[in-house]
Ligand binder design. Sequence first.
Ligand SMILES: Cc1cc2nc3c(=O)[nH]c(=O)nc-3n(C[C@H](O)[C@H](O)[C@H](O)COP(=O)(O)OP(=O)(O)OC[C@H]3O[C@@H](n4cnc5c(N)ncnc54)[C@H](O)[C@@H]3O)c2cc1C
Length: 473
Amino acid sequence: MPDRQIYLLSPRELSPETIAVAFAKTSRSPESFREIAAGLTEEKSAQFHEKWVVGYGHASVAEHAVLHIAFENVSRLAIESIESNRLASYTEKSTRYQKWGTDNFFVPTELDGHPLRDEFIATCRLLFRTYNGSLDPARTLVLKRAQRRENESDEAMDRRLRSQYVDVCRFLLPAASLANVGMTANARVLENVIRKMLSHELAEVREIGEQVKDVAKSEVPTLVKYADAAPYLMETMRDLSLTSSFPSDREREGVVEDWCELVRYDKDGENRVLAAALYRFGEMPFEDALMHVRSLPDAMRADLVESLLGKLGEHDIPLRELEYAIYTFDLVMDQGAYAEFKRHRMMTQTPQMLTTRLGYATPRLITEAGFGSEYEAAMKAAAETYEKLYQFNPRVAQYVVPNGYYRRVLAQFNLREAYHLCQLRGASNAHFSIRKIAHRIHDEIARVHPALTKFMLLPKETWQDVEEKYFVK
Ligand SMILES: Cc1cc2nc3c(=O)[nH]c(=O)nc-3n(C[C@H](O)[C@H](O)[C@H](O)COP(=O)(O)OP(=O)(O)OC[C@H]3O[C@@H](n4cnc5c(N)ncnc54)[C@H](O)[C@@H]3O)c2cc1C
């Protein structure tokens, strides 16, 4: 019996395209990966990709070529496009742990030579001035209310408590705020990223797409060579934008009746999850497992639930069979919360454009620090500029919308992802905006599927507690 071999193909020695070919060739070659790699050159690898990936569409080969791309000083609006690619990994400058300087915002090129450009800049400056002005009063109040630890220096105390005041001041930062983000993605994802970016409605995103293509070409020249703007994407988005407003719904536009609606779920979802768990370890057809679960007396059903989830620890991921229960939520959340929510990749998310028309949240600390009227004035100024910009270009108008304004997002996810989302974002160290969403999502799912949600590990706090403690009504 040949010896088991496990080793790395090191990116220090081989280019990403060569690594991808070395793996791809194992499909037809009896040689070891080392031997295959030793026989490759960058030129031979390029020829292979040209023939198989590009020519025959064996696109998954490109997944073995991985790049790390650094984006600096891109708007947080553009970051939404970058991070909308679910099969990549990201880390972004945090609005919770860092502060923004007064000129850290992007001016859209669409406004070059336009009369609204000056107003856009003036409104962003006002928002940043107000943001900077709010830091001190909010900080003073947080420090006044906190207990100093033994031998704690001013600096250490500030570091420990910084997120508490930065968390509320961030509501003022507009989507034009500049940030850095690091992305790790394979060449197949990148090709799609570039295609989507080059087809985007915003000039900034298209420009970033060109730059991504340029830098990616230096490492994976063949695999992104044909990544171009996609007429399908551009034309479909244009056509749908024109048809998405219809008179019968006007009355409900801009009105938030409920900020967290569970609009669809499978009434039999719990049974389906339990049946799938039995199916996995049995030999019966799925329908038989489902009939069996439906017929179980309550006590036996409870035992089955206990077997599936009872031993779940804090760092465990529940079995995949939880994915058979699916929920669709229509959510309204402030943009700061959405920036965190969008990072959950095991979901289908459909956000609407940023707007000021759904109103904004006011953090309690801002008013208690005596900064409420400045906050309100800045938020109102943003809404006025937004409306003017909207007449020119609704996409561009999004840049001026601050984090505190509400936004709609449709999200569909399964119970396994619900466990992850609710536990991670409902934890006491999560930002209070997303904590509120996580608790409410938990409550809505628990209402319809109580047996399978009772093992979620959440703090005692409720969404109403969060609302009361952190927001002004
Ligand atoms: C305390 C805290 C601080 C944070 N600070 C920052 C910050 O400063 N900057 C920042 O950008 N983000 C920050 N985040 C966000 C964080 O990095 C995640 O992007 C976010 O929480 C989404 O969660 P996720 O990736 O675990 O889950 P999802 O994308 O919802 O995925 C669910 C689960 O699927 C699995 N999974 C999904 N994709 C992958 C993958 N590619 N590889 C391996 N497993 C995967 C994991 O098990 C994951 O938990 C912070 C989060 C927390 C909780």
